[in-house]
Design a protein around this ligand. Structure first.
Ligand code: FES
Length: 620
């Protein structure tokens, strides 16, 4: 029977259709249809990322033109914002490439230091004879290992009724415990998961706990993205909606379960053969994963317990063995989560005599300075500009993103490379940094980031947001429009880079160190994978460190989760670091604003860029 209160929405080019009540927004319909739409604001109508074109049918689209989230050209072509459009009739909607949320193509690998496996899980085979069982019971009593009554009964049953014997699963971290007993010899089947639970993406390693070998990796977008791209939107959703926390938790658990299914299929294992899960995530992600009330994280100056979490993995719905544990690397502050602790243990900076600086740039920039004996950390609001937010053609590092840029000095035409070797649809963080550096090198922009109006070039022109530089003409793009960078975009990028550089500068000042004292710089995270350090220095994102070796350590958070999974020694180290690391709050620092403002003149102040300033003095 035809339901008059329901309408059908078809999403193209996927051909996915869904029935929803009349009045449902296209954004909610897309969620229901399993169509990934970009969203920074979580469907609040303020980011402009969920653009779609309504090809057939009627929608009620309420939009304030003053907000300029759609250009006049887009409006004339029938673009609407999915989250502000309510379906009134059956519709057919086209999702343009720039609004699609596709599986990340970014590099997710971690660089893993060598480690001697010593996991929390150990399996012991007990043959089916009374003497062996008695001996085992004796040994666990001596070692003060907890053995629940029902597991003891299970062990006795197996010993008495089967001649296959049984395998005992022993846990040894923060207390010893017999987790379960399995029929037969299952010692060769012991797997664990190391997971980087990112705000944007989730990456999982399947690990053989007997050998420490990484069998494979799977990654995907965090399904929580439908509740907003940033952590504040996620917390708001969790707190404002009834059952919100459960829904946000379920989204990340579903993401992990999808990865588990893919890994289990690829490597022909059973999900119940996974006994230990170790995660590294920022503080909000950690709270939401375990279903802990995140409201304290909204309060400025709130103290966050510097502790790890160890719970039964099945209790939050993970598709693993019923007795499996979930261990979340400890957090050290509101903005300093287990991901940073993972970065630190993966870098090894806490064990070295050399003074090192570790930088992980995302929406926030986490910066850690120190060596064996002391570590000082801070977080600066990098702003999401490097992830594409607030940049007209900004996008994440996925297929179709320009990741590298060079400008021909004679023609001022940009040469570029695109992730996935396809036509470009936008520019990701590393591309934006290269672009800004090249524009500065070739004097297309001045030290204040203003486009030089005196240059006569077909690539420089006036636009709706002031002057702009054409990076890719429309004939070469996948979106049928010129990809440009505007003066407004440049101002946003300078704002973000100044904040990161100021965070580094403040830490150096606190420890009375200069750029010459640093001998190692560790760059972490997917963003760092594509980052050209020369471009980053050229625009003043990171200072010049004349004596330092700059090392990219990949997904340090994943590496940290792996190390903690395969060796309890690393769990102990992580907990020690989380408790002992000093956190410096930039918002309470008198110098931060001065340092931040100094970054508005490219590349930044003389003390941080001595070589550049010296060269510029010579060329004057
Ligand atoms: Fe629609 Fe942000 S404007 S999701």
């Amino acid at each position: 029977m035809l339901d008059v209160d329901k309408v059908t929405v078809i999403f193209q080019p996927y051909g996915k259709r869904v029935q929803v009540p009349k009045g449902t927004t296209l954004f909610e319909a897309a969620l229901k249809a399993g169509v990934g739409l970009r969203s920074v604001c979580g469907g609040k109508g303020s980011c402009g990322k969920c653009k779609v074109i309504v090809r057939k049918g009627k929608v009620d689209f309420k939009y304030n033109v003053e907000e300029k989230l759609l250009t006049p050209e887009e409006l004339s072509k029938g673009y609407v914002l999915a989250c502000l459009s309510k379906c009134l009739t059956d519709c057919e909607v086209y999702v343009p490439p720039e609004s699609r949320l596709e599986r990340p193509k970014i590099q997710t690998e971690a660089i893993i230091p060598k480690v001697v496996p010593n996991p929390a899980i150990r399996k012991i085979y007990i043959p089916s004879d009374e003497f062996a069982v008695a001996k085992f019971l004796e040994s666990i009593k001596e070692e003060r290992t907890h053995l629940a009554h029902e597991i003891e009964s299970k062990l006795m049953d197996i010993a008495e009724s089967s001649n296959e014997g049984g395998t005992v699963i022993l846990w040894n971290f923060k207390g010893k415990e017999v987790l379960d007993v399995e029929l037969g010899d299952t010692r060769s089947k012991a797997y664990g998961l190391a997971i980087d639970v990112g705000t944007t993406k989730v990456v999982a390693y399947l690990v053989d706990l007997n050998t420490g070998e990484i069998l494979g990796l799977e990654s995907d977008y965090n399904k929580q993205l439908i509740y907003g791209e940033d952590v504040i939107s996620r917390i708001s959703y969790a707190l404002e909606k009834s059952n919100g926390l459960k829904m946000v938790q379920k989204a990340v658990v579903d993401t992990i379960n999808d990865l588990i299914n893919r890994l289990a299929q690829r490597f022909d294992i059973k999900s119940y053969e996974i006994y230990d899960v170790c995660t590294a995530g920022n503080t909000v992600m950690t709270y939401l994963l375990i279903g802990k009330d995140p409201s304290p994280l909204l309060k400025t100056g709130a103290e966050v317990p510097r502790e790890s979490y160890l719970i039964n993995a099945k209790s939050i719905g993970l598709n693993v063995n019923t007795s499996a544990k979930l261990y979340c690397l400890p957090c050290a502050g509101r903005f300093l989560g287990g991901d940073v602790i993972g970065d630190i243990i993966a870098s090894g900076m806490h064990r070295s005599q050399e003074i090192a600086l570790l930088i992980d740039i995302g929406t926030n920039a986490e910066v850690v300075l120190g060596c064996e004996g002391w570590l000082l950390a801070t977080t600066g609001p990098a702003g999401p500009a490097f992830e594409g937010w607030g940049i007209r053609f900004g996008m994440r590092a996925i297929e179709g993103a320009i990741e590298r840029v060079k400008i021909d000095p004679s023609t001022l035409r940009a040469e570029y490379s695109v992730i996935g070797n396809v036509k470009p649809r936008g520019i990701c963080g590393s591309g934006l940094i290269d672009l800004l550096a090249e524009m500065f090198r070739h004097k297309i922009i001045d030290t204040l980031g203003k486009i030089n109006r005196r240059i006569k070039s077909p690539y420089i022109r006036g636009g709706p947001d002031g002057y702009e530089y054409v990076v890719v003409p429309k004939e070469e793009t996948a979106i049928g429009r010129d990809i440009v960078i505007t003066e407004k975009d440049i101002a946003n990028l300078i704002d973000s880079k100044s904040s990161v550089c100021a965070a580094i500068s403040v830490l150096l000042k606190k420890m009375r160190l200069s750029v010459y004292d640093i001998t190692k710089v560790y760059i972490c995270g997917a963003f760092g994978r594509y980052l050209d350090p020369n471009s980053a220095i050229a625009i003043g994102l990171i200072p010049e460190f004349p004596n330092a070796e700059i090392r990219y350590i990949g997904n340090g958070s994943l590496a940290g989760a792996y190390l903690a999974l395969v060796s309890t020694k690393y769990r102990d180290e992580a907990e020690f670091i989380a408790k002992s690391l000093a956190y410096y709050d930039l918002m309470k620092d008198m110098d931060f604003m001065d340092e931040y403002l100094a970054g508005f003149v490219l590349p930044g102040k003389k003390e941080l860029f001595p070589t550049w300033w010296e060269a510029s003095r010579r060329n004057r």
